[in-house]
Design a binder for this molecule. Structure first.
Ligand SMILES: O=P(O)(O)OC[C@H]1O[C@@H](O)[C@H](O)[C@@H](O)[C@@H]1O
Length: 234
């Protein structure tokens, strides 16, 4: 059934590479230090899925702080302290990049098998990720050449596209592939991402449950949920 479509848009972190674990750890370290410095209740793992997962970096920080009733100014691009949204996001990014550069990353084998299968058909593939680290992650995983287009956090900022859960980055991905969204599949592991796929009117939204939870992905707008992309090859 996956072969019925014309084009395929893949989220990256948690769909193609297990970088979701690196992001989660870097956010945990950052918010542990942030809330400790303010004497507030510790960061909880569930806050990742509720506020950070799938969202652009600074939008995620803002969403989480709003959930806590904390208001910080946006701050300057190169801020490093805990006094602004950018400072908090930049601190997390430094932790993420350090681990990526030190340990590298290997793609999920089941995802590579699906990419191989779709490539055999000559189907056009794109990555649509909120992350500004998508290019280095794809390079580290040796997957750069697999995708005809990449719409990531850098492209979204340059083109002024609102991030997930808005559908704009996925719609731009379909446009770059010359594909009709109604004949295009979206693969996503975040509730904000399946919501973006649903809002864009895509032909099929596949939720990949790497921790967000099957029910949350279905409620967010996934048509089906799998725990690994290999299940779609059956
Ligand atoms: O900070 P980056 O690399 O630009 O990534 C932003 C977000 O990108 C998403 O893909 C991840 O699910 C989030 O965990 C991450 O926070």
């Amino acid at each position: 059934m996956i072969d019925r479509y014309d084009a395929y848009l893949f989220d990256l972190d948690g769909v193609i590479t297990p970088t979701v674990e690196l992001h989660k750890r870097a956010w945990q370290e950052t918010f542990d230090a942030f809330f400790a410095s303010r004497g507030e209740a510790p960061y909880e793992g569930r806050e990742y899925f509720a506020f950070l997962d799938g969202r652009p970096r600074f939008a995620g920080v803002e969403a989480l702080l709003t959930g806590r009733g904390v208001a910080l100014p946006q701050g300057a691009d190169l801020d490093e302290g805990f006094t602004s949204v950018r400072g908090v996001g930049n601190r997390k990014n430094a932790a993420f990049v350090e681990v990526l550069e030190r340990d590298g990353i290997a793609a999920y084998p089941g995802s590579v098998r699906l990419l191989d299968h779709l490539a055999e058909r000559g189907a056009p593939l794109a990555v649509v990720s909120s992350s500004r680290n998508a290019e280095p992650v794809l390079r580290a995983a040796g997957l750069t050449d697999r995708f005809r287009a990449v719409v990531d956090g850098v492209v979204a900022a340059r083109e002024g596209l609102p991030g997930k859960p808005a559908p704009d980055t996925f719609l731009r991905g379909a446009e770059l592939l010359g594909a009709d969204p109604a004949r295009t599949v979206v693969f996503e592991d975040a509730a904000s991402g399946v919501a973006a796929g649903r809002a864009g009117g895509f032909g099929l939204v596949v939720g990949v449950d790497r921790g967000a939870g099957r029910e949350a992905l279905l409620a967010g707008g996934a048509d089906i949920v799998v725990s690994d992309l290999e299940e779609l090859l059956g």
